[in-house]
Design a protein around this ligand. Structure first.
Ligand SMILES: Cc1cc2nc3c(=O)[nH]c(=O)nc-3n(C[C@H](O)[C@H](O)[C@H](O)COP(=O)(O)O)c2cc1C
Length: 351
């Protein structure tokens, strides 16, 4: 059943696993890898609508879409309906199949602007934003929520149906409160209640780390799909296990090859300077799980350039070279990238 297709409006999603939007994680390499391992839909990290409005270079870099990412949701956040609608138009022009809106981010930098989880407590504004965005674009518009701001809140159950009325074509629920951040557990009994209240697909997010957990949550909630976040960090094999039941642990060569490809693609997207800092957390994620000895990870983190990291990985797992070559040969032609306002989006990617 996890390999079954489902729909968000007219967009067909080929499997019931969605790769979560994660700030500081969901770069293009992460999304493409998610697709290769069986995620039916991948998401960008949240992109500031103010950044899009002001044509901030780094923000526009988040709107790069590769040919092998589809279907792809790009997530935007903001609190002003008109600016959100304008941002959604840019996101659609950049090639997103779905515009997702973040009504759940608990981070102060976002909530102090009235965006993210704040909108769970301002239903009128949340609906005005949803209406404006749905009217602005031809692609489906979806919303990702937490359960509410305060612990125990059930705000999402009041808000969800109103968002659907306002034009949301699907809802994702991460049933923790904003105050909880990532503590405690995701209470998917709330997801089940939401599913009963709306006639659009609901995606269940939170603590999905195995096929068994995915099946349990789908059965409990009646959700259309599950979303996988932290479980897929440095671990695309989790997605394969969830989608196909193939729980084979990767060999060292496979781990090194995926990491090398990830490093190279991320350097291409962010430039060496940004990528080398950004990538450090991924070394632990990939090399953990008993795959490589701990000191090896510490060694990688201390290396000065990503080229040195690749060299060191190839020395530790020489068989990875051939695997990387094979993976790189399958990547789509960069000429397939979409032009945004006459400019290739990729020019914004570096630096
Ligand atoms: C590092 C990190 C960054 C995240 N960034 C976003 C984001 O940009 N937008 C969003 O809607 N959710 C974000 N989330 C929440 C995840 O999408 C997901 O709902 C949450 O992690 C629960 O799923 P999990 O238990 O599978 O990780 C983030 C989570 C993490 C751990």
């Amino acid at each position: 059943m996890l390999r079954e297709a489902w729909w968000i409006g007219p967009v067909e999603v080929p499997t019931r696993v969605v790769l979560a939007p994660m700030a500081g994680v969901s770069v293009q390499a992460f999304r493409r890898q998610g697709r290769r391992y069986g995620a039916g839909l991948v998401c960008s990290e949240m992109v500031s609508c103010a950044g899009i409005e002001h044509r901030n270079e780094r923000t526009l870099g988040y709107l790069r879409v590769a040919g092998d990412e589809h279907p792809l949701a790009i997530q935007i956040f903001g609190s002003e309906p008109h600016a959100m609608a304008e941002a959604a138009r840019m996101v659609e022009a950049a090639g997103a199949d779905v515009v997702d809106m973040n009504f759940g981010c608990p981070v102060r930098k976002v909530t102090k602007t009235g965006a993210g989880a704040c909108l769970l407590e301002d239903a009128a504004l949340a609906c005005r934003i949803t209406e404006a965005v749905a009217a602005a674009v031809g692609v489906p518009v979806t919303v990702k929520m937490r359960r509410g701001v305060e612990n125990g809140s059930r705000a999402c159950l009041e808000l969800g149906p109103r968002l659907v009325e306002a034009g949301a074509a699907a809802l994702t629920l991460h049933p923790r409160s904003a105050n909880q951040m990532y503590t405690g557990v995701a209470d998917h009994s709330l997801t089940r209640e939401l599913v009963e209240l709306v006639d659009v697909p609901v995606i269940a997010s939170g603590d999905i780390v195995s096929r068994q957990k995915a099946i349990d949550v789908l059965e409990l909630t009646g959700a259309a799909a599950v979303m996988v976040g932290r479980g897929a960090q440095g671990n695309p094999w989790t997605i394969r296990e969830i989608v196909d039941g193939d729980g084979a642990q990767p060999t060292r060569e496979e781990v090194a090859a995926e990491l090398i490809l990830f490093v190279r693609e991320t350097v291409r997207e962010l430039g060496e300077h940004r990528a080398s800092g950004f990538l450090k957390k991924f070394y632990g994620w990939y090399l953990g799980h008993g795959r490589f000895p701990k000191p090896f990870k510490q060694e990688l983190v201390q290396l000065h350039s990503t080229e040195d990291v690749v060299t060191r990985l190839l020395a530790a797992a020489p068989g990875a070279a051939e695997l990387v070559e094979r993976l790189e040969a399958e990547l789509p032609d960069p000429d397939d990238e979409i032009l945004l306002e006459g400019m290739p989006i990729s020019i914004y990617g570096g630096g």
